[in-house]
Design a protein. Structure first.
Length: 84
């Protein structure tokens, strides 16, 4: 019963991603001059710097978490690794 309930979930997800991609391309084509002028302004570069730092910090935290999971998995194999 649950198989029929979620039968089209993968197709719906891929169609949703396609629609989101098309909408973002349309938005960028309409507002590209405004977006580019903001990004290359001083305020935009500061925002971009903080965004890059936040992404790098998130990646470092994720790698550290995985290293800790591997370390504690050696002590207790009941821990489930990389359950994303």
């Amino acid at each position: 019963m649950t198989y029929k309930k979620y039968y089209y979930a993968a197709e719906a997800k891929s169609l949703l991603y396609l629609a989101l991609l098309l909408l973002s391309v349309q938005f960028l084509s309409i507002h590209k001059d405004t977006i580019l002028s903001f990004i290359f302004s001083v305020t935009g570069l500061i925002y971009l710097c903080f965004l890059t730092a936040a992404v790098n910090l998130a990646l470092v935290i994720k790698i550290y978490y995985r290293m800790q999971m591997i370390k504690y998995y050696e002590k207790d194999p009941r821990i489930r690794l990389f359950n994303d």
